[in-house]
Design a protein around this ligand. Structure first.
Ligand code: SF4
Length: 215
């Protein structure tokens, strides 16, 4: 079997992911654009489960970007302290809220180019926001998407950027579905250590159970 997925195998992967995950959404809890963007920023290098434990108190104290923009750094740090990189994340979400207030009258922009101008928002965060909020035809590569796409022969990229470009080229459309699918498939079935191959619906096209980590 070739290490790269063939056109036929890519079709099988597309079909199976659509069959199993066409209605998949993020597991982050949120009720508006502001909460979604904050939750995505906090989820970098942190589990969605942990973020969902932290955010209710955070959003109760700071219900919109207006309140968060005026927050004291130490108070936000205290609320985020069980999250990885909480010092930087506290600074970033306050800075993001300030820029949303100053540049967008408090409304989170639904535009990747505008999103990445906000403090603390990089390309991946912007894409995840657009995928979740608008079902945008974009890809975002996290640790799960990286590993799954390499195991399935959809990418041999060494970096997140290379992998994203290869996935966009090979999967072309419905990218929001494939992003959500690979995150959930990677989290619950194609796990980094001991993937649950007996539950897998892609064994016929799988190239390896090796663990790949973002380089
Ligand atoms: S067979 Fe195992 S390693 Fe391969 S894609 Fe399925 S779960 Fe992942």
């Amino acid at each position: 079997m070739s290490k790269k997925a063939t056109k036929k195998e890519i079709e099988t992967i597309r079909d199976k992911f659509i069959e199993h995950y066409s209605n998949a959404v993020t597991e982050l809890a949120y009720k508006d654009d502001y909460e979604l963007l904050v939750a995505i920023i906090l989820s970098a290098q942190c589990t969605d489960k942990r973020v969902n434990i932290i955010t209710p108190a955070l959003f109760e104290k700071y219900p919109s970007s207006k309140e968060l923009a005026d927050a004291k750094l130490e108070d936000v740090k205290e609320l985020l302290k069980s999250c990885s990189f909480f010092n930087n994340k506290a600074k970033n979400i306050i800075a993001m809220a300030k820029s949303v207030q100053q540049l967008h009258s408090g409304e989170i922009p639904h535009d990747t180019k505008e999103l990445i101008k906000l403090a603390g928002v990089g390309n991946k965060t912007a894409n995840v926001f657009m995928i979740e909020a608008d079902g945008a035809n974009l890809m975002a590569v996290d640790t799960h998407v990286f590993r799954v796409s390499h195991r399935l022969g959809l990418s041999d990229g060494k970096t997140v950027e290379q992998t994203e470009a290869q996935l966009v080229k090979k999967l072309k459309d419905d990218l929001h579905i494939f992003h959500q699918a690979m995150v959930l498939f990677g989290r619950y079935i194609c796990k980094a250590v001991k993937p649950e191959c007996e539950k897998c619906f892609l064994t016929d096209v799988c190239k390896t159970t090796k663990t790949f980590k973002v380089g």
